[in-house]
Write a protein that binds this ligand. Structure first.
Ligand code: SF4
Length: 312
């Protein structure tokens, strides 16, 4: 049986988040230069069936009851709204679990009514707004050629007016790509026109799809924060440091780490701390993951991470 559920991982936004990887690796409508899941191998915009609905829902229920997360999040290594069964899955999970349900989407399919209908089942929806400029969008998100940025931005705007849950925006800043005042002004002005609860400015903190991707300087983040704050006040938050270290795993650490790094690379020093917590030997765990070609070690910004061995 495929492992569709991973974690819970400590989310800087939501607490302990049980992740649902509801699409295959790596189906996405974007191929973002900073993607922590590597380059997109299937650049698609048509919705399709991935996993069996009952199997997915059952896995979520079993893992949630066992691990007691704060939230269940659809945050796959790909675009979750490509899953044609998304709404049904969300509806069934909501019926069975008394937990908030979140989804992190790149927003590109919000132009479709069936996607909008599915998102209404979620308590928290996070939409991606890295830029509102066409040229920058092509550079940073590398979208499917049939997508249109203007239509996507319009659909985010109208979704924000209809949606009654908690709406979050996420803006990833990449050095030399969208880290300038013109970008900050135009993005913040656009987001100010939405009915939004929280606005995150992020930095690439895990190994990106393209090795040359770097976070902007701290000065740039401060500048971005002030400009966003001018439009959005206290809704703005910077997410530019590492997530909390504490993962909620069981004592089968090799299997837990293997399913988690598939979607969420883990720092080597965190693996060591986890091993101590569960009375295991970190070197043995890492060695087993490397020897069985499940994981490899990648260095980014002076930190070592475990990522899937098959990562592009
Ligand atoms: S960051 Fe998200 S939207 Fe971008 S390529 Fe990765 S999975 Fe797709």
């Amino acid at each position: 049986m495929r492992k569709i559920v991973f974690g819970p991982v400590p989310s800087r936004r939501l607490g302990y988040s049980l992740g649902v990887n509801n699409v295959y690796d790596k189906y996405c409508s974007y191929s973002c230069i900073y993607c922590q899941a590597g380059r997109t191998t299937r650049l698609v915009i048509d919705r399709m069936k991935f996993y069996d609905v009952d199997e997915l829902v059952q896995q979520v229920i079993v893992e949630a009851n066992k691990k007691k997360p704060d939230v269940v999040s659809f945050v796959p290594n790909g675009e979750p709204t490509l899953d044609i069964n998304l709404g049904r899955e969300a509806e069934l999970i909501k019926k069975e679990l008394n937990l908030p349900l979140a989804i992190f989407t790149n927003s590109s399919l919000l132009t479709r009514q069936d996607v909008l209908d599915d998102l209404m089942f979620f308590d928290i929806v996070s939409v991606k707004v890295d830029t509102v400029k066409h040229e920058t969008w092509r550079k940073i998100n590398r979208p499917h050629p049939r997508l249109c940025l203007e239509e996507i931005l319009d659909s985010i705007k109208s979704f924000s007016k209809q949606y009654k849950g908690r709406l979050i925006t996420e803006t990833m800043l990449v050095k030399g790509v969208n880290d300038n005042e013109e970008e900050y002004e135009s993005i913040a002005e656009f987001i100010a026109g939405l009915r939004v609860d929280k606005v995150y400015i992020q930095a690439p903190i895990r190994p990106p799809a393209e090795k040359w991707v770097k976070p902007p300087s701290e000065d740039e983040f401060t500048k971005a924060y002030h400009i966003f704050h001018k439009y959005l006040g206290g809704k703005v938050e910077l997410l530019i440091s590492s997530e909390p270290k504490s993962f909620k795993f069981t004592d089968n650490l090799v299997e837990e780490i293997a399913s988690t790094i598939y979607v969420h690379p883990i720092r080597i020093d965190y693996v060591s701390e986890l091993a101590v917590k569960y009375g295991k030997n970190a070197e043995h765990i890492i060695d087993e993951l490397l020897r069985n070609k499940i994981a490899k070690i990648v260095e980014y910004e002076g930190k070592k991470f475990l990522v899937p061995a098959i990562r592009r």
